[in-house]
Design a protein around this ligand. Sequence first.
Ligand code: HEM
Length: 179
Amino acid sequence: MKGIIFTEFMELVESNFGLEVLDQVLEASNDEGIYTSVGSYDHHALVKLIVNLSKTTDIPAEKLQEVFGETVFLNLLRTIPQKASLVKSDSCFQFIRHVEEYIHVEVKKLYPDAEPPRFEFISETESKLVMNYKSARCMSHVCFGLIKGCAKHFNQEVDIEMESLNESGSEVKFIVNLV
Ligand code: HEM
């Protein structure tokens, strides 16, 4: 997984919980915390950090993933050249489609070792988007947060229902309702 996800995560921990908690979490995870945004790392290391942050703060891991996704959205968006046609969307639903059709495709082209998730679109009306999230990384709660962050960026509010389609959570149905 791209290092930017790790560096963003560590920044979020430091700014929300402080350096001491970050140090405790790194120590508990047996992790030296040396990540660069352009490097590639095993995603299990991120899972470990999230689990230990959850233990240290007593906040459920799912909630931490959601907050992380919501915060990281704007920072990921900033990595795309602002003139790029990719950024030109005027709604959350349109942007999610851009992510699947262009942004994650470009990520894969730029970094062949990256494995962004796949979205399978099932139906869309003006106020409701139904799609399946698919990823061996099983980070649907990060996806939940990213969609929240995306909606906020477009000044929209969404209510998201999630339904696991298998036990591991590698396939999850998302029903996104505009409020
Ligand atoms: C609504 C917006 C977005 C959603 C829902 C979304 C969803 C996700 C999720 C859930 C992951 C975690 C890995 C996984 O579950 O397999 C991920 C990874 C990633 N996303 Fe997105 N994303 C969004 C926008 C963006 C944007 C704007 C960028 C900008 C470049 C981006 C670039 C990446 C990168 C680099 C990774 C790491 C992939 C890897 O290293 O394997 N995403 N995305």
